[in-house]
Ligand binder design. Sequence first.
Ligand SMILES: [Cu+2]
Length: 278
Amino acid sequence: MFRRIGSAGAGWLTTGSFNQYWFNGLREARGDRRPARRRARRLRVVRSAADHHRRGAQPSGAARTRYRTGSGPHTGVHLIIVRSDLGAIIHKHPKPNADGEFSTELTFPTPGRYRVVIDAYPQLSGPLRNFQLFRWIVVPGRAPHGALPAFRSVVTDDGYRFALQGRPRLRAVQSNFLTLRVTRPDGSPATFTPWFGALAHAIFFRAGTLDYFHTHVCSARTSGCTSVLGATRVTGTQTRPGVLRVGVLLPISGTWRLFIQCKVDGRVLTAPFTLTVR
Ligand SMILES: [Cu+2]
């Protein structure tokens, strides 16, 4: 059973390709005795036919939404939630039901304001098309206050080391590449297990405005791994064991936070980097 939490809110989202989504906000798990901020919360997104909200009706769920399926990362629905100071991220791939609705349980690391991104890959003919839905949610309590860390070329998570080769020179609207060497705590090259269809996910948020972009590194056999911005494309690759060539393709200049996520030795690792884009 889930109880609605006051600040979460509910409302409509509108996209060009699909009409209306009912974003049913967050509900706190009833009977969860952990401290408020650690309690699981349930997020539910349902699709509805257009203009239901104008008539004040509840979504019927009758209009079905189908998502791309397959082995690559450009499938289904990606749910990415980032704290507004870019200090924490949650990444999930909830499984939509036959009506294209999904719900998922979330545990937020801290109170604060979070940007919710739903990156959806609908089953459409023609060129690959995805779309995003955005929404703010607030987890009550005192939010941590931290400035975005300066650029660092080495980041560790759980003893695993992510080392950027060279100082990146990145430009907006151009495809750029970052080379990352990932090593285990014993210094050996990391072996990546595909996670959500990719060897590595590169999730970018711009500081302040929270603009979003997402690229992937796929194994040689996986297709559908190219990210597109206008007429520009970028595809990441694994060049040698433990070495990721990450595609960067960002719409505007500024300070961006890159979250590299991959699965190594059964652990999902997250390595954040601060990048300057001119
Ligand atoms: Cu991804």
